[in-house]
Design a protein around this ligand. Sequence first.
Ligand code: SF4
Length: 119
Amino acid sequence: MSSLNKSLRNIYIHIPFCIKKCLYCDFPIHALGTSSSLEHRQSLTDRYLTYLFKEITLEMTKYEHRLDKPLKSLYVGGGTPSLLHPKQLESLIRHVEKYVPIDDNTEVSLELDPGTFDK
Ligand code: SF4
């Protein structure tokens, strides 16, 4: 059986926002700036998520025959995904879950940067 027929088990999602761009960083990043308001950040990240959700939907339709088993891992990296509001993160995970099962054994990871998250 070719690997193209195997179940989709691992997903990486890139969140390309950081407070500032580090000099040594080669990732595609949009720097939000230290002085940007919460509303400004939320509106930019909401716009990004709108297109990301559309892309996830398109990708998942390509892999329709491979979405039968729960994911082994869902990794949300960046960038600084911890800049997203918890409700945005929840809606991202729920959107993925519409297409592929996430269960208690799925490892869900999120990159965090100091100063961008709390309890
Ligand atoms: S992804 Fe990491 S290294 Fe790159 S700009 Fe953001 S915080 Fe800096």
